[in-house]
Ligand binder design. Structure first.
Ligand code: DQQ
Length: 473
């Protein structure tokens, strides 16, 4: 891919109605985790795990895009690539970028070809963030501490400045115990001293290994976000809110950030002081189908994080999204034809609220065929207090994942159910009352399978739908 032909490459996919229009993805090929997100000289830079040679996970480079508003992105050349016969010859895995007195410094995990050896590496950037010089003394951390001997589970450095020192959290695994984040300290970003685990999880509740840690202050608390690795490209994102003292983090509130397709989020603080979270949304179809499609992986719409009065994590899509909204449809119960909503589409922002006391369950169906044989139900069950996504295709196929996703969603007394739904081709992001997120992928088997229904319409309180345009036109 050269920068001259990115528009041509994007145009080649114009007829692919599964491709998102207002979520960022590279012109073609594979993308996974966001990396090194930072606001630099006023502009937002997004780097991401990228395979320039195909739509499958291999040959990890960092792709690069830049934006003034977190919604419209400009593609830039690959930022950094593996170097043969060095510690990163097998790939440049995930990491972050920090501002060291005006000098951009990138931390990433260098891996050997079979990913069995993972080390933390440093690269120094220019002021455009498009040229990166690898530190001659790489790796800056060659292996995990003695109590964590798993060389193949030691990755995704997250670096922050606190008082007069730098700190790094690295994702890890303690065999037989669970995932962990390892805490390091440095004065110069080159020499790192291991302190202790920031937090260790438990096999039964939080998985085998923790990837992509984020650790940052929010309000008067500290927040730890980890991606709990279960197997290849599957896992759950968890968050912990608590206090941090003497290099130890004590969680007080914890929750599922997203159970399903939203994975490896990375946060940064922007110039307005907002803590912004980016994330990979993985595919829900077979590797062969992804390769044939020529693209795989999408970035979620960035979310601003805050805590509510109970110290639960609250996520709001960045308000910059509002600027691109198209036609607004305001719909009441009277506008429905039985359950059918008089608006169709697969590129929509939907805000819907429900009174769950009116029926056993409530919610909204999207991506429905006219005969209802195909549909995706976003369903809230009042008794179990679980928010679920159920996908049903008209024709059975092994190519498409059809398992349901669900997350606990406890409503406070008399609280209404408030859903924000970002539907975009095959992408489905759902945030309930700001604090529960379920992300899914839906591949309509026909372009016209884009009807919307309300489940138990007497529960409906408000419904606002915005047509969403392409960010590329
Ligand atoms: N993806 C990267 C790793 C990270 C994983 C490799 C999470 O650095 O642990 O592409 O999706």
């Amino acid at each position: 891919m050269t920068l001259d032909n990115v528009q041509d490459i994007r145009r080649q996919f114009a007829a692919d109605y599964h491709r998102p229009q207002y979520h960022y993805l590279p012109p073609s090929n594979w993308m996974n985790d966001p990396n090194g997100v930072i606001q630099w000289n006023g502009r937002y830079h997004l780097f991401y795990q990228y395979n320039p040679y195909g739509a499958h996970h291999a040959n990890m480079h960092w792709g690069h895009a830049v934006s003034d508003n977190l919604i419209h992105w400009q593609d830039l050349p690959v930022a950094i690539a593996p170097t043969p016969n060095t510690v990163d010859e097998g790939g440049i895995f995930s990491g972050c970028i920090v501002n060291d007195n005006g000098v951009p410094k990138m931390f990433y995990t260098g891996v050997n070809p079979d990913y069995q050896v993972q080390t933390q590496c440093l690269a120094i950037g220019n002021d455009e963030l498009d040229e990166w010089q690898k530190h001659e003394g790489n790796p800056v951390i060659a292996k995990p501490p003695a109590s964590f001997v798993q060389f193949d589970a030691f990755r995704d450095p997250f670096v922050w400045r606190e008082d007069d020192a730098w700190y790094m959290g690295v994702g890890a695994r303690m065999d037989g115990v669970g995932g962990a984040v390892l805490l390091y300290k440095s004065d110069d970003l080159v020499n790192w001293e291991y302190l202790n685990p920031l937090l260790v999880g438990s096999l039964s509740t939080s998985g085998v290994m923790w990837e992509c840690p984020n650790f940052f202050p929010l309000g008067d608390k500290w927040v730890l976000i980890i991606s709990s690795h279960i197997g290849y490209a599957t896992g759950t994102v968890l968050y912990f809110v608590g206090s941090y003292e003497n290099y130890r983090f004590t969680p007080e509130v914890e929750g599922v950030l997203d159970p399903a397709y939203y994975y490896a989020p990375l946060t940064h603080e922007d110039n307005q002081g907002r803590r912004i979270m980016h994330s990979w949304i993985r595919e829900g179809r077979s590797v062969d189908t992804q390769v044939q499609a020529g693209w795989s992986g999408v970035q979620a719409i960035p979310r601003v994080l805050r805590l509510d009065s109970k110290n639960r994590l609250i996520m709001t899509p960045v308000e910059e999204l509002h600027a691109i909204r198209g036609t607004h449809h305001s719909i009441t119960q009277d506008d429905l034809d039985d359950t059918l909503v008089p608006v169709q589409g697969m590129h929509l922002e939907i805000h819907a609220s429900f009174d769950p006391s009116q029926a056993d369950n409530c919610g909204i169906t999207v991506a429905a065929s006219a005969d209802g044989r195909e549909q995706t139900r976003i369903l809230y069950d009042r008794d179990t207090q679980v928010l679920r996504v159920h996908r049903q295709y008209a024709t059975a196929t092994d190519d498409l994942e059809t398992n349901w996703q669900g997350t606990p969603h406890h409503l406070d007394a008399d609280e209404i159910l408030d859903l924000v739904i970002l539907l975009d081709g095959s992408v489905l992001e759902i945030i309930a009352n700001g604090r529960s997120s379920v992300t899914s992928r839906v591949y309509a088997q026909h372009q016209d399978n884009d009807h919307i229904h309300i489940i138990n319409p007497t529960t409906l309180q408000t419904l606002d739908i915005y047509d969403m345009p392409s960010i590329w036109s």
